[in-house]
Design a protein around this ligand. Structure first.
Ligand SMILES: C[S@@+](CC[C@H](N)C(=O)[O-])C[C@H]1O[C@@H](n2cnc3c(N)ncnc32)[C@H](O)[C@@H]1O
Length: 371
């Protein structure tokens, strides 16, 4: 079982493979039963999240950097020792047995030392296992809440199902619930795939036109819509939200659930913290602004514009609202929905540690009625 975990870790690290895809491929070839698959999944995702912490734990006892297989196994061993309930002797022996014979001496010696030693972490980024820049950014943008947010995103989220069976995190459910619609309202969902929020809103009686730029994801959305029996309520289209092929002024509500840096879902995407780069935030913020700018004219007078993202950076949230306040001072922000949401500029923030859930930001503005 640990052999499968080591091979998956090696593939993710060496070939820069996406964690979920690489792990699925290894699990389906493994012949392991359900329980063991769940354990391998926990070990692989946990080791990836805690990579920086694990490297610190083992590097104290290494003189040179070990070959990739030994490095992967050392991380896996250190993860079990420091962050799971696996008894130390079992963690060491099972991990040692899972590597090639030539690495067993090294693994055994280093992991025993890790098991026997106390830890003094050099800094929070190493202890919490995030890149330095990300810790600095969230500290700057979230202040005192950053620490608990980072801590919360080191733990695997509970899978959540809606009453209709659709798997959707509580944070996204909260966003959908905060979209004010009445039965029969016409809604444009500008970044809709795979259809989580579109189907939740259709189930509440909205007539949804659901667009996404990626055709393959629109295909996935169409099958989700059909499976939930909502074909009559949702029309799916491949469209660029920054240049929507729609007549202006027709929609009661426009939802922009924009592509974002995903810093609120780092627990869900185990390798994302090592992939996302500061430049991505600027690029995505520009795209978000383009989609927002193109969305405003689609709303009918008196209708609503709703913006949400699964991230917590100011560049992707309050900065847009400040830009809108200057560019369209006639848009009137709605009060926050309350509950777990805390005020965030003129919008609201759901921190990942609150429910707990994905971290989400939400802004809702009313377009003025025609004079
Ligand atoms: C956060 S996801 C949307 C999740 C979806 N609303 C839900 O609840 O299931 C963002 C989506 O934006 C899409 N996207 C990226 N760029 C876009 C663009 N220029 N126009 C429209 N959609 C875009 C991505 O393909 C992705 O599916």
């Amino acid at each position: 079982m640990r052999r499968v975990a080591i091979e998956a870790l090696l593939r993710i690290e060496r070939d820069d493979a996406y964690a979920n895809l690489a792990l699925d491929a290894h699990l389906s070839r493994s012949g392991l039963d359900r329980r063991d698959r769940a354990l391998v999944t926990e070990l692989v995702y946990g080791t990836i999240r805690r990579r920086r912490s694990c490297d610190f734990l083992v590097d104290r006892f290494l003189r040179t950097s070990p070959p990739a297989e030994a490095r992967a196994a050392l991380r896996l061993g250190a993860y079990q020792l420091a962050f799971t309930d696996v008894p130390p002797h079992a963690a060491v022996s099972a991990t040692v047995e899972a590597v090639a014979a030539r690495y067993r001496g090294l693994l055994n010696a280093v992991l025993r030392k890790v098991a026997a030693s106390d830890v003094e972490w050099p800094d929070d980024a190493t202890r919490l296992s995030y890149p330095e820049w990300l810790v600095d950014l969230l500290r700057r943008d979230l202040g005192a809440d950053a620490h608990d947010a980072l801590e919360a995103m080191n733990h695997a989220p509970e899978p959540r199902r809606r009453d209709d069976g659709y798997v959707q995190d509580l944070g996204s459910q909260e966003v959908a619930a905060a979209v004010p619609i009445r039965s029969g309202d016409l809604l444009w969902d500008a970044c809709a795939a795979p259809g989580g929020k579109a189907t939740a809103l259709a189930a509440r009686g909205a007539r949804v036109v659901a667009g996404d730029r990626r055709a393959a994801r629109v295909g996935l959305m169409v099958s989700n819509v059909s499976r939930l029996g909502l074909d009559g309520q949702v029309t799916a289209v491949v469209a660029d939200g920054a240049a929507p092929p729609l007549r202006p002024g027709r929609f009661d509500v426009v939802l922009v659930d924009a592509p974002c840096s995903g810093l609120g879902v780092l627990h869900r995407r185990a390798d994302a913290r090592w992939r996302v780069l500061p430049d991505d935030i600027d690029r995505l913020a520009a795209l978000q602004r383009d989609v927002l700018r193109a969305s405003i004219p689609l709303v009918r007078p008196g209708g609503l514009l709703v913006y949400s993202v699964c991230t917590m950076t100011r560049a992707e949230t309050t900065d847009h609202d400040e830009w809108l306040a200057a560019f369209r001072p006639d848009l009137e922000p709605l009060e926050g929905p309350g509950g777990g949401w805390r005020p965030w500029g003129r919008g609201s923030l759901l921190l990942p540690q609150t429910l707990p859930s994905d971290g989400m930001a939400l802004f809702r503005w009313r377009i003025p009625s025609a004079a």
